[in-house]
Design a protein around this ligand. Structure first.
Ligand code: PA5
Length: 482
């Protein structure tokens, strides 16, 4: 977190589903009855890691190495510091930070959504609008290559050519670099954007091939088209995405950690949060295990209450991208064989004015999980007197001094009460505050929950064979004779 850094805590995040049980749609006995299957699903998920390590799991697609990745990265950093992966990530981040004022991340799906979640949750909400000084010398971060949107790519090029806050030619404020992230190295959206921005980078560096190579950092699998391009360009820093870590589970590899570190996020605290969650997942009894309780309630709400839509309702603007990252995680992992709940991210109170009607009165097919934050980072805003008038035209004088957090708390409690009054199932994931340690816990909790649920319902959570269909038909149109 930069510009304004609150003190990081060691507080655990928690999960509370009392209000789901209070609807009577599922009972404590149902949750208790699931303890055996949940333990088994946990065991199977952990065994996936052993199976993958010992025999590569045969024909089954398996990507379970995210499970203990945070603790492995931290241990390696602790023991072999200069040779460790984390050290290299931090070194490259420092090199780029000192050389450029903007970094463009090119990637799609799991190759950019986790980065976006980290950036938007842990950084200043207007990071890119701050001056370099206010950003603590950390570069701005922009995203492209996640679509084939002509005007958006051209728009970013405009910005790169005339950086906000001035700067041209050799000025630091005009310098930029690109991270190209693709595990396969062959995804069309990212590859097309790579060509486009590589040309622009080369132009901006007057064709200096050495400088271009230094400004392109590929993050990719060991072999593939992007790995070959990196070799040809002579990029001095290239990061791998370890075998056994799938795209949507890769946020704690260089995919997420390099850009996070670039913008000043404390990646060690992130990993510590994630490792702490894995430890709770492994060691806590089912009844006190946030991952397993979350899976139990989501699963039972789907089976017994028809809640096939899972609304993740963020009570902070800064967690919206975490929700979008989770949308992908759940959809691609469990949306298979005509099964799998549909995730939906909302930001409240914003979306109470767009979706609230349906959530309160519409079809009974939703489980709402609030994402609530205990403490805001900044000084509390109190409602001020109305400037330029003593007439109380807006009729809010009785609330003068009421703080933003207390208004939000009233909105949260009021919304929960409204849902409870019509027996709409509502659970809460509580974050004591938003910082690297809690975000690390949250992302790891949701990844663990996704694979455990897969094992519980007999769906392999890894791989995304369904995505190949659109790629095949798209390429057939682009290369009809190919
Ligand atoms: O979860 C996944 O594996 C996918 O969402 C991929 O991240 C996405 O398709 C991008 O693939 P790649 O990183 O190979 O470009």
């Amino acid at each position: 977190m930069n510009a304004v850094r609150s003190k990081s805590s060691n507080d655990p995040i928690s999960y509370d589903a009392a209000a789901v049980l209070a609807t009577g749609g599922i009972h404590q006995a149902d949750v208790d009855d699931l303890a055996g299957p949940l333990s088994k699903a946990r065991e199977e998920s952990l065994n996936d890691l052993e199976r993958w390590r010992t025999d590569g799991a045969g024909n089954e697609s398996l990507d379970p190495a995210f499970l203990d990745l945070p603790e492995r990265l931290l241990a390696d950093y602790g023991t072999r510091r200069p040779e460790s992966e984390l050290f290299s990530i931090l070194q490259t981040a420092r090199r780029l930070r000192e050389a450029v004022d903007r970094v463009v991340v090119l990637g799609i799906g799991g190759s950019y959504m986790g980065t976006r979640a980290l950036f938007e949750s842990c950084c200043h909400p207007f990071h890119n609008e701050l001056s370099r000084g206010e950003r603590g010398g950390r570069p701005r971060l922009s995203f492209e290559g996640f679509n084939i949107d002509n005007d958006s790519a051209q728009g970013l090029l405009d910005v790169l050519r005339s950086p906000p806050g001035g700067g041209d030619g050799d000025d630091l404020l005009a310098q930029w670099a690109m991270l190209v992230v693709s595990k396969s190295g062959g995804t069309l959206e990212t590859a097309a954007a790579t060509r486009f921005f590589l040309n622009a980078l080369s132009d901006s560096l007057k064709g200096d091939a050495k400088q271009v190579a230094e400004r392109v950092v590929p993050v990719t699998g060991a072999s593939g088209k992007l790995a070959s391009l990196a070799k040809t360009l002579g990029c001095p820093d290239v990061f791998g995405i370890p075998n056994g870590v799938g795209g949507r589970f890769s946020v704690f590899t260089a995919v997420g950690l390099l850009p996070a570190s670039l913008v000043g996020i404390d990646v060690v605290r992130l990993l510590e949060g994630a490792a702490a969650m894995t430890q709770r997942f492994r060691e806590s009894p089912v009844s006190e295990n946030p991952v397993l309780q979350y899976v139990a309630v989501c699963h039972l709400a789907e089976k017994k209450m028809g809640a096939t839509i899972r609304v993740l309702s963020s009570w902070s603007n800064q967690l919206e991208s975490v929700g979008l990252w989770y949308d992908q995680l759940l959809s691609e992992s469990l949306g298979k064989d005509e099964k799998g709940a549909t995730p939906l991210t909302t930001v409240t109170t914003r979306d109470l004015h767009s979706r609230g009607q349906q959530h309160q009165d519409g079809r009974r097919d939703k489980l709402i999980t609030n994402l609530c934050v205990g403490e805001s980072r900044r000084d509390h805003i109190g409602l001020p007197p109305l400037s330029g008038s003593s007439g109380n035209e807006d009729q809010l004088d009785d609330l003068i001094g009421t703080t933003w957090p207390s208004m939000l708390a009233a909105a949260t409690e009021g919304t929960n009460e409204a849902y409870a009054s019509v027996k709409r199932p509502t659970a809460t994931i509580h974050l004591p505050q938003i910082d690297e340690f809690t975000i690390g816990q949250l992302l790891q909790m949701l990844m663990l929950a996704t694979v455990v649920e897969g094992r519980l319902v007999g769906t392999n959570p890894y791989g995304q064979p369904g995505v190949e269909a659109y790629k095949k038909f798209m390429m057939k149109r682009l290369r009809p004779d190919g």
